[in-house]
Design a protein around this ligand. Sequence first.
Ligand SMILES: [Zn+2]
Length: 416
Amino acid sequence: MRTFDEFFLPEGWERMDRSDLPEMFRDMETEGELVTGVRSLQDLIRKATGQGEEGAALEDAGLAEVHPFPFLALVGMERVQQALILAVINPRVGGVLLLGPTGVGKTTAVRSLAGVLPQVPRSLCYYGCLPEDIEEGGLEAVCPTCAEKHQRGEPLAVMEPARLLELPYPIQPEEVWGTLDERAARKGRHRLRRGLLGLADRQVLFVDEITRYPAAVQEAVIEAGSQGHYTLSRGGLTAMYRSQFLLVATLNPQRGRLPFPMLDRFGMRVVVQPVTAAEERALLWERVQAWRRSPRAFVQAYEESTQALRRDIQEARDRLARVRVPEATLQATARLMARLGLPSLRADLALLEAARAYAAAEGRETVTPEDVRAVAPFVLPLRHPEEVEAYFTTGQVPEAPWAQKVEKILYNGGVP
Ligand SMILES: [Zn+2]
């Protein structure tokens, strides 16, 4: 086990001294954004999540709404809603990719998630130390200041609702990864500050139209999200930052595509089709009009049911740590995956983690083959290169030959 210093304070990195801080901040807990000069990015993020000052975000109308469309007011998006909720309950599913043409409501659906996110710990420390670091790695796994605080019985983090951070477009590389801290440099100190990948730790990172970003940015968010950490090297300094965020991305197949290995890294994928039923279209139109006319009143009308959903999600998330996959379910899942012959093992992991989230949402602590069957449609499509090729060519997901057989393979020992 590497100690905190080996992990986070490699050669050349200088530990921050409280006396560096302006007078007014000295009594505050060391807040990353205050001492690292990312105040403006933080503000940007607040706007993106609708948590900024009223009206302030209107200038950035392309970024996000002050009153996001209520999650429960979405029409004809049940599969998207289910996938997003499962991923929020268990971010270990490995990200959600929503595929579909422009105008089907993918972006609105993701932004509406901001209203139902559960509580997550926010570190009070510059280095992002969390209580769970001590649970996992002992006092050595946090910075010396936090180790002392822990021994004095003081909190290392506060709980607050997770935030939905939207990756700005366009974005500069230093905003993504981080860079040398100019504020510190002006005082003759040599230090790094983390970028959005690090700031998104424990939050939801939304990448709208992922294919419009440079390939390096696409790779960085997918890689950092699945690894849970990333390394930044600038000007002879190197630092590792935690980046355990839930990645939610949208992709319009008419505008671009992701290479298969990157697509495969998304644990869940939903192909979103336009709402076609006449009544649903009418209902959706009415709701969008009502929301545009009076966003505050419209959001208010859904407030009670939104709060109830948020509580359910929080409960499921709290239950998740106790949810186990028994041997029989594991065997049935392994049988299924062997039959499908997928090129990577990522789908196996995503399937089991999604099934755990499903069981937790259902109020259970044991995962059954039925849970695996329930989440299979979110995990298994677009896992074969030929299937992906067909989707990008025709816009339709071909029905996989296994689709009808999942149940039988899961329950009958692999004899469909
Ligand atoms: Zn610390």
